[in-house]
Ligand binder design. Sequence first.
Ligand code: URP
Ligand code: ZN
Ligand code: ZN
Length: 463
Amino acid sequence: MGLLIRNGTVVTAEKSFAADILVEGETIKEIRAGIAAATAHKTLDATGMLLLPGGIDAHTHLDMPFGGTTSSDDFETGTRAAAIGGTTSIVDFAIQGRGTKMRDALDTWWKKAQNKACIDYGLHMIVTDLGGAGLEDMDEMVKEGVASFKLFMAYPNVLMVDDATIFKALKQTSKNGALICMHAENGSVIDVIVQQALADGKTAPVYHALTRPTIAEAEAVNRAIALAEIAHAPVYIVHLSSEAALNQVREARSRGVPAFAETCPQYLLLSIDELKRPGFEGAKYVFTPPLREKENLPKLWDGLKDDNLQVVSTDHCPFCFEDQKVLGKDDFTKIPNGGPGIENRLHLLHHHGVNEGKITLNRFVEIVSTAPARIFGMYPKKGTLAAGSDADIVVWDPKAEHTISAKTHNMRVDYSMFEGFRVRGNARQVFSRGEQIVENGKYLGKAGRGSYLRRTARGGAWA
Ligand code: URP
Ligand code: ZN
Ligand code: ZN
């Protein structure tokens, strides 16, 4: 006896159809029209609702040290906000400190999440150092379910690694089946431009964007893909922000190269104009890569349509305006890089993508759930609605309207990048492994109920 969700429209990446969903324990038992109510101890009428697989945000930074401070959402506040917005799994980033072992970082991040995570969570490992037994450490991480690694081509002297390290890591993943996620910007060149700007007295937030040209992103994407090709490994470009960078991915994919890329709602919906806001307000939009000229926005939507971009994640990395962003009041390089968004990804993609006719409902599901599950080794446990899959189900009301605002959002941050955006479509109920955790904007579950997701390395299966 389980839970029966009746009369909804099931939406997967492939199709939409009228059906009931029977949940038993933590998994989906059956999906078909006309399941008898007597088979369940509890029923939920979903007439007029869409039934979506829980959202998967494959790029978040909770409780992350950066620039002398720490991102303001921890695993409890961040995952609670995510759940309320219809996301039931995240993949966050553990950071290997230089000269330390990846195992230490993994333990540290497990501790951060324990007793706090409200939804299921996986971890990528940020690699900063392959000295010593670094390559063996990568294999050990894969055995622990860390099926992906992030490398930085930016942030010199902090996170950036050289091409030799990138190439060695790519070669290792060609053997252990994991995936390299690349922060692709030419950090060395950007640093020269940044130092010149500071020497010229250009300290305002907008110079964060003006010192990071799109060609520095495109060059790094091109280089990342070239190194992956030499290593016979797939590569995944994170937070891709510009048409120039997208063109590099498109060209590689047209040749059959297993290059993948994500973008984020901010690059689809906001432009560099936000950084030009009066006073210091532009600091709210300082993250990396930066917001671009608005001509890029429709090109990124095209990329989502034609599958040269596979995923939309948030890169949720919130810092409060009043007491954290202010660290860079007199110097844009000291503004903590990052912005909030974990709660609103589905709202924004559904409204500006589906309602505005840019993507279909099925493509929406693919982008926010199915593709990240496949790419990051969680499918079909996560990322779809099917018998045997985890019962991560969002009962989505496609007509519910609300206005996004810091006054009402659940993220622990004092501003919203999407303040005043009116969106249609919202999560009415959210189930995570069969447990109802959200009812109309209220979190019902316990902190710490989320489980660590042991992800599977995909190996050569990149078709
Ligand atoms: O500005 C950003 N994106 N902060 C988070 C770290 C990263 O590079 O993803
Ligand atoms: Zn990054
Ligand atoms: Zn990030």
